[in-house]
Write a protein that binds this ligand. Structure first.
Ligand code: 13P
Length: 258
C-alpha cells in the first residue's frame, strides 16, 4: 500500500535557457546528443529553451525523449500587427510545453514592465503552456537591503489576478540579476532565503501554502555548485544559462545527484 503520510517529493526541474545561441542545425545536433545521454530520465523534469528559429526542429528531434521545449519569450496577443513578435499559439504549434516570461534580460535590455509580463503570463496560461516566470533583484537593490521588497513587488504585479489553478501550472525562477552570467552564483543560503520568501508570498497571495509550485534558482549555476543549491529545502530546480550550452556540462547538472 502506498504511504499516504509522506507527500510525494517534487521532481527536480532542470531547465536550460540558451538565450541567443545556436542555429537550428546546431540546436538539433545538440538536442539529439542530449537525448542520447538523458533518455528515459523520468525522475526529473528537463526543459531546454532554444531560440525561436530552432523550436520546431528541436521539438521534433526530442519526440519520445521526455525532454521538453520552452520558448524564451512570447507576445500576449494571439495574432496581429506586432512585427517581430511570436504568440503562445505559435509556440504551442512549434511543440513547446513551456515559455520563459519576464527574464531579467527582457526587463533590462528590452524594457519589459511588470504589467506586460502579467499579460504575457495570462496569455501563456490560456494557451496551455506552463510559464517559467522569472524574478530577481539587481545588485543595487540587494546592497540597499531591498531584495525581498523587490521580489514581493515583482510577484504581486506579475501574478496579479491569476487564479490558484493558474499558479499551480506556473514555475517561478528566482534569478538575482547580479548572479547572471557573472560566475558569481548566489550562495545556497542567499538563494534559500529568497526561495522561502517566494513560497511564503505565494502562500499569502493564493490563500494556501503552494507546496506543489516549483521554485527554481538561476544565475551562474554550474556542475560544481548545483548540488549545494539543490540541498536547500525550498530550491526545486535550476534555470541554467551558459552551462546549458555544452552537452557534457548540462548532463552533469541534470544528473547532479547520480
Ligand atoms: P547563467 O547561467 O549564464 O548565469 O544565466 C542564467 C540565466 O539567465 C538563465 O535564464
Amino acid at each position: 500500500m502506498p504511504n499516504t503520510q509522506d507527500p510525494t517529493p517534487m521532481k527536480p526541474f532542470i531547465a536550460g535557457n540558451w538565450k541567443m545561441h545556436k542555429t537550428a542545425g546546431e540546436a538539433v545536433a545538440f538536442a539529439q546528443a542530449l537525448a542520447g545521454e538523458l533518455n528515459a530520465a523520468q525522475d526529473r523534469d528537463i526543459v531546454i529553451a532554444p531560440p525561436f528559429t530552432a523550436l520546431h526542429a528541436v521539438s521534433r528531434s526530442l519526440a519520445g525523449s521526455g525532454i521538453k521545449v520552452a520558448a524564451q519569450n512570447l507576445h500576449w496577443e494571439r495574432e496581429g500587427a506586432y512585427t517581430g513578435e511570436i504568440s503562445a499559439a505559435m509556440a504551442v504549434e512549434a511543440g513547446c510545453s513551456y515559455a520563459i516570461i519576464g527574464h531579467s534580460e527582457r526587463r533590462k535590455l528590452f524594457g519589459e514592465k511588470d504589467e506586460e509580463i502579467n499579460r504575457k503570463l495570462k496569455s501563456v496560461l490560456a494557451s496551455g503552456l506552463g510559464p517559467i516566470f522569472c524574478i530577481g533583484e539587481n545588485l543595487e537593490d540587494r546592497d540597499a537591503g531591498r531584495t525581498l521588497a523587490v521580489l514581493g513587488s515583482q510577484l504581486r504585479k506579475g501574478l496579479d489576478s491569476l487564479t490558484r489553478r493558474d499558479i499551480m501550472e506556473t514555475v517561478i525562477a528566482y534569478e538575482p540579476v547580479w548572479a547572471i552570467g557573472t560566475g558569481r552564483a548566489a550562495t545556497p543560503g542567499q538563494a534559500q532565503e529568497a526561495h522561502a520568501f517566494i513560497r511564503q508570498t505565494l502562500g499569502k497571495m493564493f490563500d494556501a501554502p503552494p507546496a506543489g509550485i516549483p521554485v527554481i534558482y538561476g544565475g551562474s549555476v554550474s556542475p560544481g555548485n548545483i548540488r549545494s543549491l539543490m540541498e536547500q529545502p525550498d530550491i526545486n530546480g535550476v534555470l541554467v544559462g551558459g552551462a546549458s550550452l555544452d552537452v557534457d556540462s548540462f548532463v552533469r547538472i541534470v544528473n547532479f545527484d547520480k
